[in-house]
Write a protein that binds this ligand. Structure first.
Ligand code: TGC
Ligand code: FAD
Length: 390
């Protein structure tokens, strides 16, 4: 990893500002120094490296686009994308932690919260003093979150929350959870649930083969008393959580390319060094085909997210455009990773190289934040005007 440079076949660096390049260097150096040397070991042991939280906060990974008055950095979406790309070059699980904190916990408080909530939580979330998680998915409602059964009832001076969420990234250690639940009228609203509230537990999910260095868990609510000031006042309906997903999916569209770049870079260097039949395997046409197709797909995906960032900065990126980029980036990443793994032969299945870990991670990335199928159906609906989910 010492030699890592992101492939830039179409000179996209010329379209970045000096600030973007500086941010990339800062994050890349941090990943190289703090993540790459330890991540394989944590993934093998299925443990989240908690000591990285402080560093993630220091490089600005938690809510970089949130304005400075709330503890963020006020950066643009190009910068946010670059940060996600560089972190995911290290590991999708570490990028998940940053995605959840910034896009799924800080963003809803920023976009839908009261002024008091913003001041109370955002600076501490930006600094990593508080960590959060996002509870939308339920055991019986994944792709169809509108069917959720988790609910809260008005009980005078507080609410009573009941139900359960599943597959929640960061749940086992989060201090707060943004929980989407139905109110007395059956409308979805967001609540800030704090660790320590009676009846709230976060059992950890074990035996994952994917995203092993990320902590996943359930959120279980058994008559949890929620103070009324913990309701996010400014959004009702599924567009609340889906609005957060636009942010996180955008970050994944950039992030997955980071994983692809790492696999391509690893395979290219291996192919030049590894000799069989008296020649570097890079000299064989079959291996060149794999490498040529990898760099072509990476380049196409880079162009797509660069343009998407520009649209997002202008507040013009549509949810369907974000879906297309999330879907495309993850698909090309998983294909690049599979081809790269083969190029390393037997070494490709070991933890000596990052590729097998990336492949396994990407199996979660292709499923969470909307599955590959759901994003295709979002594109289908957008171009035909016909909704094919139901
Ligand atoms: P539908 O009737 O289409 O829409 C309901 C309301 O929501 C609005 N809306 C959006 N608003 C903002 N952004 C979007 N992307 C939106 N998509 C829809 C819509 O306009 C409507 O608003 P209103 O005001 O008219 O009521 O909803 P539906 O029930 O038919 O479902 C649509 C569908 C399937 C696209 C959607 O539910 C979906 O995206 N499903 C996938 C679920 C998903 O992505 N879950 C992710 C869980 S979080 C996660 O995985 C975190 S992983 C984190 C990590 O570790 O990195
Ligand atoms: P299902 O919805 O049951 O889908 C099963 C299959 O059916 C999929 O292939 C799907 O594409 C297909 N399918 C479903 N509906 C249709 C349809 N209408 N047409 C065609 N095919 C369809 N959620 C959170 O809320 N917060 C988190 O932090 C979070 N972190 C996660 C971390 C990990 C590691 C994982 C694996 C998941 C996480 N999720 C989280 C949950 C994730 O968002 C869901 O797994 C995802 O939305 C899919 O839901 P499901 O698993 O219930 O699959």
């Amino acid at each position: 990893t010492d030699l890592f440079e992101s492939p830039d076949y179409y000179l996209l660096d010329e379209l970045l500002t000096d600030e973007h390049k500086l941010i990339r260097k800062t994050v890349r150096d941090w990943v190289k120094k703090e993540v790459s040397p330890i991540i394989e070991d944590y993934a093998q042991r299925a443990e989240f490296p908690k000591q990285l939280l402080k560093g993630l906060a220091d490089i600005g990974a938690f809510g970089p686009t949130i304005p400075e008055q709330y503890g963020g950095l006020g950066l643009d979406y190009m910068a946010y994308g670059i940060i996600m790309q560089e972190i995911e070059r290290g590991d999708s699980g570490i990028r998940s932690t940053a995605s959840v904190q910034g896009s799924l916990v800080m963003y809803p408080i920023y976009a839908y919260g009261s002024e008091e909530q913003k001041h109370k939580y955002l600076p501490k979330l930006a600094s990593g003093e508080l960590m959060g998680c996002f509870g939308l998915t339920e055991p019986d409602h994944g792709s169809d979150p509108g069917g959720m059964t988790t609910n809260f009832k008005d009980a005078g001076d507080h609410y009573l929350l009941n139900g359960a969420k599943m597959w929640i990234s960061n749940a086992p250690f989060a201090d707060i959870a943004i929980v989407w639940a139905k109110n007395d009228a059956g409308k979805i609203q967001g609540l800030i649930v704090e660790r320590g509230m009676e009846g709230f537990t976060t059992p950890e999910t074990h035996n994952k083969w994917s995203l092993r260095a990320s902590a996943t868990g359930e959120l279980v609510f058994d008559n949890v008393k929620i103070p009324k000031e913990n309701l996010l006042p400014n959004v009702t309906g599924l567009r609340g959580p889906l609005g957060c997903l636009n942010q996180a999916r955008y970050g994944i569209a950039w992030g997955a390319i980071g994983a692809a770049m790492d696999c391509y870079d690893t395979a290219l260097r291996y192919a030049k060094a590894r000799k069989q039949f008296g020649k570097p395997i890079a000299a064989f046409q079959l291996q060149q085909k794999k490498l040529a197709e990898m760099i072509t797909e990476i380049t196409k995906a880079q162009l797509m997210v660069w343009r998407l960032a520009t649209l997002k900065n202008e507040n013009r990126a549509t949810p369907a455009q974000i879906s297309m980029a999330k879907r495309n980036s993850v698909e090309i990443a998983i294909n690049v990773a599979r081809e790269a793994r083969q190029m390393l032969g037997g070494m490709g299945i070991t933890g000596e190289f990052p590729i097998m870990r990336h492949i396994m991670n990407l199996e979660s990335v292709i499923t969470y934040e909307g599955t590959h199928d759901i994003h295709l159906l979002i594109t289908g609906m957008d171009i035909t005007g016909e909704e094919a989910f139901k």
